[in-house]
Design a protein around this ligand. Sequence first.
Ligand code: AHM
Ligand code: MG
Length: 339
Amino acid sequence: MSSSLAKDNNVNTDIVTLTRFILQQQAATAKQATGELTLLLNSLQFAFKFIAHTIRRAELVNLIGLAGASNSTGDDQKKLDVIGDEIFINAMKASGNVKVLVSEEQEDLIIFDGPGNYAVCCDPIDGSSNIDAGVSVGTIFGVYKLLPGSKGSIKDVLRPGTEMVAAGYTMYGASAHLMLTTGNGVNGFTLDTQLGEFILTHANLKIPSSRTIYSINEGNAAYWPPIIKKFIDSLKQTQKETGKPYSARYIGSMVADVHRTLLYGGLFAYPVKGKSGKLRVLYECFPMALLLEQAGGKAVNDEGKRILDLSPKEIHERSGIWLGSKDEVDKFLTFTGKV
Ligand code: AHM
Ligand code: MG
């Protein structure tokens, strides 16, 4: 309900918060739902708010810089990587609904004592090498329901991405933006720091089907096979459809590059360099691939295989990835003969 006073003054008195949205969506689409996933998503949003708040204060409270250790995949850990990881683990443990947790910052998976029917895979602060320069970073997450009868094991997470029940990211930029899918499209929320609530701002988001933007670290070109070099070179030529070459945009923070791709369209890629890709399957490639597909886009690996169909063999497995607008990913597949 909205009075004429509210309307005249352009005041929205009926905003949709994340909690309200999730409750309404569960009631409409999952009548048998137990409410556990709702509670879990609530714990996730607390972790995002806490991390957003910590990042904003980082420079003022000496949280910038290296922690002096390296993580499971050999990257130098920033202080904020360590703090973000702790915030995330504590929030998931306290939720009572998470049994298994995989974090980029932890070598082994964590199995919590107590109840819980879900497994969460996360990169608590992705893009952290950018953080000292004030560039947007984010938390990426994917959620699985435990396998039937499981008491929590590695098998609950070494599954294709198609089996995730929820996924998304929160980008900590000028505002904190949460992009979420529970398998019924993508919805975007913006954190109102005064209210302390994520507010629905991008309902049923769809990615444009094409856009002449490519996003890739071209400094790695020497590691790419000739066909990938040729494809990227082809984007720099005048295009028949637009009369212009593609524009290059690369932030170097996956969440920020994918966020722009989701909103504007285009192509984001991190192909295999040398022996393996850089981006991790469980908590970088899968959640982004599910979001992109749910928004009408596509995500494939260097061989043209659908990312969500990969079956990871280890929790920190990496993959090459090409994701974005449907037509742009199809262009890559056609050019490289992967269709
Ligand atoms: P991180 O998880 O250690 O932060 O690394 C992942 C990040 C992504 O956010 C980004 O897409 C990529 O690494 C950038 O890598 P590069 O600096 O090699 O271009
Ligand atoms: Mg990462």
